[in-house]
Design a protein around this ligand. Sequence first.
Ligand code: DHB
Length: 391
Amino acid sequence: MRRRTFLRAAGAVAMTLALSSAALAQEAVKVGLILPMTGPFASTGRQIEAAVKLYMQQNGDTVAGKKIQLIVKDDTGVADVTKRLAQELIVNDKISVMAGFGLTPLALAPAPLATQAKVPQVVMAAATATITEASPFIVRTSFTLPQATVPMADWASQNGIKKVVTLVSDYGPGIDAEKAFTGAFTAKSGQVENLRVPLANPDFSPFLQKVADAKPDALFVFVPSGIGAQFMKQFMERGLDKSGVKLIGPGDVTDDDILNGMGDVALGAITTQHYSTAHDSPENKAFVEAFKKANNGMRPNFMAVGGYDGMHLIYEGLKKTGGQGGQALIDAMKGMSWTSPRGPISIDPQTRDIIQNIYVRKVERKDGELYNVEFATIPNVKDPVKAAKAN
Ligand code: DHB
């Protein structure tokens, strides 16, 4: 009897040990989310954080038997800070994956760390075409400016626009947009003049005066998310809204987050992009409703959908690897496809960039609110810059 009690006790100890090592094996999978939560690009951070949290709320915080632990860090929009935070998250917190990256310089800064440490880097916002080439561990769920822009050039040339001035923020995505538009539009015999405005604290008025003097058929604009309202105000103050110059561009300037506050000046603007709050699908209706409910009525913009899909990619990738990160996780993400609130999307297994529909939209008032109303679809668009290199 005594011997049996002893054995039972020993068995219980062994069981406890086994359970605690199982618990160790089930350690949390840590996801580092690095975003500009303060500073001029805080709206990007706010949208993406809200979408990531909504995804986790809807899908639970356990994947492949492991708890997902989200660690949110504010890089204030400064690339050196992004890099330091990524280093700390990799070395101290032992994250399995890092995500976020609100602007191109903020996505490029930690890329060498992703490569060295073999930590997948999910770019949810930044959109310069070359970003995915900075590390084999980068995968993107936002878009590329050339991907969104070439359809704009096609639309313009098919709709009687012959002379265009481009006005872009003078850094990676702006230069990408300028080059993509100019190349595609001049190939169809369009005429283009290029202007670039500084990214930080932009004063558009001297550039808008040049536009007024040049009298183009259309003004093509790229400014990053959150800056469109400043641009629209100055566009109106210069009287350009009444001058017959049509406003066109990739959809960043008529960002759904701030579009409603822009007023009538935005009406009629034609843009091309991968996401509109007004996208008509059951998946998007459910997404917009849940997002607004969780965020005091805030509308999701294209940054939010990049965050939501980025989190989906992380969850589905981890399901495939049984919770493993590293090379296995980035490999699992390649070629994945699903139906997003924006429509059907997939991760190009060669480039790790996103393949998605681009929609042509017009700003209209519906039920008292301004929306980017989609009226044409260009299906399954790849980043044209990398597609051209592959040929
Ligand atoms: C980038 C940032 C934006 O806010 C945007 O709308 C597009 C591109 C960028 O820095 O890559």
